[in-house]
Design a protein around this ligand. Structure first.
Ligand SMILES: NC(=O)c1ccc[n+]([C@@H]2O[C@H](COP(=O)([O-])OP(=O)(O)OC[C@H]3O[C@@H](n4cnc5c(N)ncnc54)[C@H](O)[C@@H]3O)[C@@H](O)[C@H]2O)c1
Length: 309
């Protein structure tokens, strides 16, 4: 299998990441079937994909004709047979649960041709946790994306049983769709960037959970010193608080880590109120006009004498 043959892409899970990955593959000429079990999610998918197209157009990454062609290459379905029977590459983005991921791959192992490469977009698990359950461990690895609007970095992480030519084909495919592959030489939960990010977010959550400073001030501190548009709590809103909670509580349990448990409990209060972050219109901030993006968020609250009229 070489990446030239990877034309038909199956995306499993039409949520935050599945849709972004599917859209990116379609931008680069692939035919993309997006599969989900939730009809409500599928009903919204077309609208959400148009929003992504708009953001790519604003960045001058897509002409109006290319937008039309990209949208025409995407299809949405809840029929696993139709979605999987001619797939060259599968990219899975269902919730962060190794048992669920393994079960879904086993289902598609029966539907997809033997040539199909299976990849997971897991954030914090490692592929060997559910490689056997996929039914084709030698053609399975992690292929992990970041936000496709703001980044072009992907992690390519095989497990010890992945065939080297499968890893090489995914690396070449990553380049074909305009990404910079970061090649993991051994399994590592969190890959490269996310390992650094999770400890950063964990410290921010821990300070908020302990009441050290407000969410806004913690973001302000980071944004003001690092000159970034967003701080740790704004980042978590864009990731999705349900996803951050799942990852945090998974590791709290696995490592019996009381600090991570406290952080997970802190996020859970938001989930219980239906605040999932940007995707639900409310998280740590309210959307579409979050306070951290407003003029004045970083301005001094006590104007210098020269600023007073
Ligand atoms: N959100 C991020 O920023 C981000 C970034 C990189 C990786 N990831 C990883 O990507 C994966 C998905 O995260 P997300 O944020 O897109 O989640 P999400 O909750 O937005 O989407 C998950 C989707 O999976 C669907 N689903 C659930 N069970 C299914 C099944 N049996 N068959 C088909 N579809 C099913 C749901 O209906 C939902 O639409 C997770 O493993 C996460 O760790 C997330």
């Amino acid at each position: 299998m070489n990446s030239e043959n990877m034309q038909n892409i199956l995306i499993i899970g039409a949520g935050t990441m599945g849709l972004q990955i599917g859209f990116l593959c379609a931008v680069h000429g692939c035919s993309v079937a997006v599969y989900d079990v939730d009809q409500g999610v599928l009903a919204q998918a077309e609208k959400r994909v148009k929003t992504l197209a708009k953001r790519f157009s604003q960045q001058n990454r897509l002409s109006p004709e290319a937008v039309e062609q990209t949208l025409a290459r995407l299809s949405f379905t809840s029929d696993p047979e139709a979605a999987g029977r001619d797939a060259d590459l599968v990219s899975e983005s269902v919730p962060e649960d190794p048992a669920l991921k393994g079960k879904i791959f086993a289902q598609f192992h029966k539907i997809c041709p033997p040539r199909t490469i299976f990849t997971t977009n897991t954030s914090s698990l490692v592929p060997s946790m559910f490689a056997k359950a996929t039914g084709r461990p030698e053609r399975f690895l992690a292929f992990h994306f970041h936000d496709v609007v703001t980044s072009n970095i992907v992690d390519v992480m095989p497990h010890p049983g992945t065939l080297p030519e499968v890893t090489a084909a995914v690396k070449t495919f990553a380049e074909k769709i305009g990404q910079i592959p970061i090649m993991l030489q051994k399994e590592h939960p969190g890959y490269v960037f996310n390992t650094m990010l999770m400890s950063f977010l964990g410290e921010a959550l821990s300070m908020a959970a302990k009441g050290v400073a407000s969410i806004e001030d913690i973001d302000r501190a980071w944004m003001g010193v690092m000159h970034t548009q967003v701080g740790p709590f704004g980042i978590m809103d864009s990731v999705g608080l349900d996803t951050v909670w799942k990852i945090t509580s998974y590791w709290a349990e696995k490592r019996q880590d009381p600090k991570a448990r406290k952080n997970a409990d802190f996020i859970k209060k938001y989930l219980d109120e239906g605040s999932l972050g940007q995707k639900s219109g409310r998280g740590f901030y309210s959307y579409p006009d979050p306070a951290f993006a407003r003029r004045g968020f970083l301005r001094s609250r006590n104007p210098r004498p020269a600023d007073k009229k």
